[in-house]
Design a protein around this ligand. Sequence first.
Ligand SMILES: [Zn+2]
Length: 359
Amino acid sequence: MKHLIDPMDLTKEETDEIISLAEDIIAHRERYQGSMSHRKLATLFYEPSTRTRLSFTSAMMELGGSVLGFSDAKNSSVSKGETVQDTVRVVGCFAEVIAMRHYIEGAQLYASEVSPVPIINAGDGSHSHPTQTLTDLLTIKRELGHIDGITIGFCGDLRFGRTVHSLIKALSRYKDVRVILIAPDSLKLPDYIKHDVCDKSGVQYREVETMEEVMPELDVLYMTRVQKERFLDEEEFDRVKDSFVLDARRMALGKKNMAVLHPLPRVNEILTEVDSDPRAAYFRQVENGKFVREALIVKLHEWKDDPAHPMPEHDRPVFDSSVRCTNPKCICNNEHAPHKFHYTDGGQLRCWYCDSKVR
Ligand SMILES: [Zn+2]
């Protein structure tokens, strides 16, 4: 059975198949209106996220299916103390697909080990949000007509921004992608993404200080929020904050067919004066999110019993009683998930569920 816990659970071929199906759904919406009729999607949101839940709900409704579930664990009937494994065993009797959001890292991966139906990770803690990555890929494809060969600038918080890390990983499987990193010192892309992802896959990247110096080169500008609380010192925030704001003056330096993406919500990093520019793709990106979720639901349901679409072979879990995952937000420190680990290519021991470094 295929679950979508991490964007890299999908092969490049499966990813492209989902994107192609989403494009076909957009072109022929009427053909797909009954494709999930009499089927149900369960949305289990242990942490509220209205827009993500509405996107899943809207996607399932467009396919003719129904939706059940809860939007906040506090107001749900999920009894306190029930493990996510027991919950999905039960809910899997009522629904054909489960979309789960959880504040605990690794919760979906742990749940998927026993789930009788495909699980879609709709966001876990600060770890992963794979449907956003699929949305970003579909948006790039629709805006530019291709993903291979693009030059993409990431601007803002590249250190903590999980959408940026996931998208760079996904893009590393396409040909001749060039990445330009535009971030203040405190928010630079972590070294392990640069080395383990970019260097290994041959993605060219370079780091710059200002948007101005690279705007004319970009096919895509991916903006993210720069949050004050991410800075250790307020002075640095005040000094750099205006350098990472997109306005009409900076847009004027960009290519005619550049696309501006943003995972939303924004605060003030894109001024509203940019919204009327045809290159501002972030609201189209939201709609693409619904279409890509439709395609994902159809495909995961179709692949459920197909041995040609297994979960990827992760390296074998390592059980070592001398170490423990120390991440307080990890599933193994919140439910009785086993402390198990895996070795990275670089020989590091990392938690199986949350991927934090243990040794
Ligand atoms: Zn962990």
